[in-house]
Design a protein around this ligand. Sequence first.
Ligand code: ATP
Ligand code: MG
Length: 427
Amino acid sequence: MISVPPGYVAQTTSTLAACLARVPHLAERLGGKPDAWHIEEVGDGNLNLVFKVYGPRGAMAVKQALPYVRLVGESWPLPLSRAHYEHTALSEQAKHTGRLTPEIYHYDDKLALIAMELLEPHIIMRHGMIAGIEYPRFAGDISTFMARTLFFTSDLALAADRKKAMIGAFSGNTALCKITEDLIFTDPYRIADLNRWTKPFLDAYAARWREDDDLKLAASRLKLKFMSSAEALLHGDLHTGSVMLTTQDTRVIDPEFAFMGPMGFDVGAMVANFLLNYFSQDGHEDQAGARNSYRAWILQTLVQIWNDFAEKFLALWRGHATGDAYPSSLFQGELGAIRLEAERRAYMSRLWTDTLGFAAAKMIRRILGLAHNIDLEKITNERVRATCEARALTLARDMMVNPGGYPDIAAVAAAARSMRAWTPEFS
Ligand SMILES: Nc1ncnc2c1ncn2[C@@H]1O[C@H](COP(=O)(O)OP(=O)(O)OP(=O)(O)O)[C@@H](O)[C@H]1O
Ligand SMILES: [Mg+2]
């Protein structure tokens, strides 16, 4: 048995009402008596418990960390403190993005439990994209989320002491960072018990990826950047499974992997998940070409996500450079302003290169590592799935080892389009 701190009890649908009833403002929000509250467990997360609670007056979602990985059980312990980091990150993100995160109603550190706004009728974006739903607001909303959370927690906006305090505040989230370090940057490139891929079709790919020194060096370079570049507060798991939305409203959930890391990791996660979903569409259309216009929407949105992000980030830098980096007293006069603007552009270009690499790493891990995405997993015809996956793997490898071939996001979209025309040898 894993030991837990005094006072911690994992909740069930039978115990949660009494637990919430002890917090007057939550009981007030739900209304009526606790025995009138309807409680359901969601049960589609891998790591934690999530409940939906409905009362006569109001409703809420309740998320509780377990002392282990929910999907695996006690054989994979994971610290309860991830709820603290999730709560701290949600609070920080809310300061910068307003209604792009769920409102927090209550946090109980002892129970590692967060009560928050119930997002309904929102669905997980990944499910929406598998169903072929277009989200016209998404690129605008996610680019705002990324630009504002990353800019306002960086040295461009924060005084040095506050930035360092923030590094301190998140530095204990080491167990969650270690999951990323192992599962994203290491395991897919070596023999590891947890790895899996679509067999036998991708056996040769997995073997080649393990023997590819250029790729392993590029992945290791990215890993070092992930471990050592405390640029800004990252969400840490910013994929389409961490977005709940409707066509009118976008919310980012689940920042339990939050820590101070390289900005390109968050932006790259989004890019990777759009590309994976793009390649998966061949497995979701009922006849060839049926998803052509959806594919066009995916790539057009992908391009807009990066371009809007870059524009918004630059605008924040020009207008709100309150941090200790690039002191304005050093760049006075017209020439100073011109040089500083060129420097900002060079910074964005480096951030693009990071984004490209992290996106590639995230694509590869979803195909050769432990945790896969249902975008691809849902494709039951394994040959078709492996074909989609081989295209994604091949593009990702090239993005990682030949970043110069992708000067901008439009080049990535164009390469994805051409890659779809390529048929792997087993297909
Ligand atoms: N605020 C909310 N309102 C409605 N449903 C929610 C809310 N938060 C989470 N959910 C539901 O619960 C599921 C799991 O939530 P979440 O992703 O936060 O849990 P997790 O255990 O950290 O999962 P993951 O494996 O993605 O890390 C979501 O996929 C979503 O269906
Ligand atoms: Mg999670």
